[in-house]
Ligand binder design. Structure first.
Ligand SMILES: *Cc1c(COP(=O)(O)O)cnc(C)c1O
Length: 480
């Protein structure tokens, strides 16, 4: 592709994206396709001869778009958000344009140093401790996902526990039933056996991990000769945004020399608002590692997950292997960060560009107003649902997620849960909204997560009207 062709087609693509985002409400939120539909429209082999751009671009509309679920749609309330924004998209484009690969400082000085700066900026914006900054003993790094962050944090914890290669069969890791599955996956990958993954009880009302039970489990493991290695506390669980008592769990960790990893993948960025900083209580004092995902709720395209460590030494020592072909004077000087030593892969994308652009374009003020708007809209949904006696609303919704459950009087629990699942199917099949579900205390519950920058009060109210309409249609005896 010549420079002139790139210029022309590149402008077409940018126009296409601008039109897409401006007209996103014309699409059904969830792709109305069945497994195999998209594959069936594609040839089984790659073309032998190159094709003109216009044909390729036309196939994006014809073949790809019908199979896209529109995460930026204002009616997207499922899972957690995966925000995109103009400055982040442009940052991605620039990163691709540079074609940079920042495995070492030497192979990408700006890639490395900008990353250190933006993670330091973000630490400050979130009120995280100064010693987690890269100009302190700790440091931050952008990972592809909170899952990778959990894995490298665990590898660092195993290193600190002296379990470099062998001896991992003695190591135990502590989660709750509400902890994200990525921690169990990290344990599996890192060689912590499934039988050494301990499940700490949660408080039945708050779903927060119980420090007393953690203490019991750790003490029993120590007595049995095991090596308690990591506790994963969550700020904003995936199911219901429950918040573990980080400080009290951290006390147990400190007493027994256990690494405390704090998973704040979705909710951590909310601390950009001073009124929400309380969510991080205890993290500064006790966390050895902390992760939050700007790619979820901070206007930054996937992927962008920031991991901080309070002390970078165990992380870098655990992951640093220096073959001759990577040796260079900058690395030898010890004066630079080589981010390859902070992650699983060697190669790395220039992700800092998009986060830098997002932070500069919106400013701290713009980021705060995005989070606040989502929290307010979630509050509005909770009020609407709470004032309708057809629904039970879960009181805890400090962020953008509200959990609620329709009431099916005179119906046994299993059948009521099936009716709730049917209501969800009808809502999502409508194409107007997309919600997801979870289980709380064994009951099927609907999750309504406000997070798209395009979502306004009118979308939340329209979505609620649709929920009510489908519910009334399923309960014909009930008046609206
Ligand atoms: C979404 C989520 C994860 C996984 O995030 P990825 O960045 O997609 O790996 C982990 N923990 C929590 C609490 C989450 O909500």
């Amino acid at each position: 592709m010549s420079a002139e062709q790139f210029r022309a087609y590149g402008k077409q693509v940018v126009d296409w994206i601008a039109d897409y985002l401006a007209g996103i409400e014309s699409y059904p939120v969830r792709a109305p396709v069945h497994p195999g539909d998209i594959r069936a429209r594609l040839p089984s082999s790659a073309p032998e001869h190159g094709e003109p751009w216009d044909r390729i671009q036309a196939d994006v509309d014809r073949v790809i778009m019908p199979g896209v679920t529109h995460w930026q749609h204002p009616g997207f309330f499922a899972y957690f958000p995966a925000n995109a924004s103009g400055p982040a998209i442009l940052g991605e484009l620039l990163s691709a344009g540079l074609g940079a690969q920042g495995m070492l400082w030497e192979t990408g000085p700006a890639c490395t140093e900008l990353e250190s700066v933006v993670v330091d900026w973000l630490a400050e914006l979130l009120g995280l401790p100064a010693w987690w900054r890269t100009d302190g003993p700790g440091g931050g790094v952008i990972q592809d996902s909170a899952s990778s962050a959990a894995l490298v944090a665990l590898v660092a914890a195993l290193w600190r526990a002296g379990r470099v290669d062998a001896g991992r069969t003695a190591c135990t890791v502590y989660v709750s039933a509400q902890t994200h599955s990525s921690m169990a996956k990290a344990a599996r990958i890192a060689g912590v056996t499934t039988s050494n993954l301990r499940t700490v009880d949660v408080d039945p009302d708050t779903l927060a991990m119980r420090p007393e039970h953690l203490e019991e489990l750790v003490a029993a493991d120590v007595a049995a000769g095991a090596v308690p290695t990591m506790v994963c506390a969550t700020i904003g669980t995936t199911s219901t945004t429950a918040i573990d008592p980080v400080g009290a769990l951290g006390e147990v960790c400190r007493r027994h020399g256990v690494w405390l990893h704090v998973d704040a993948a979705y909710a951590g960025v909310a601390a950009v608002c001073p009124e929400l900083r309380w969510i991080n209580d205890g993290a500064a004092e006790y966390a050895d590692s902390y992760v939050t995902d700007p790619h979820k709720w901070l206007l930054t395209n996937f992927d962008c997950s920031v991991l901080w460590v309070a002390d970078r030494e165990p992380l870098v020592e655990a992951l640093s292997i220096l073959p001759e072909y990577l040796r260079n004077p900058a690395t030898d000087s010890g004066e630079v960060i080589d981010y390859r030593d902070w992650q699983v892969p060697l190669g790395r994308r220039f992700r800092a560009l998009k986060l830098w652009m997002v932070m500069r374009w919106y400013g701290a003020e713009g980021l705060r107003s995005h989070v606040r708007r989502c929290v307010e809209l979630a509050g509005e949904l909770a009020r609407l649902a709470g004032s309708d006696d057809g629904f039970t609303v879960y009181e805890h919704h400090p962020f953008g997620l509200v959990c609620f459950r329709p009431i099916w009087p005179g119906t046994a629990e299993a059948a009521a849960d099936e009716a709730t699942a049917e209501l969800l199917r009808r809502l999502n099949d409508s194409g107007a909204v997309y919600l997801s579900h979870t289980t709380v205390a064994g009951r099927t519950v609907l999750r309504f997560a406000v997070g798209s920058p395009a979502t306004g009060s009118e979308h939340v109210r329209a979505a609620w009207q649709r929920v009510v309409a489908e519910y009334r249609a399923m309960r014909p005896g009930v008046s609206g």
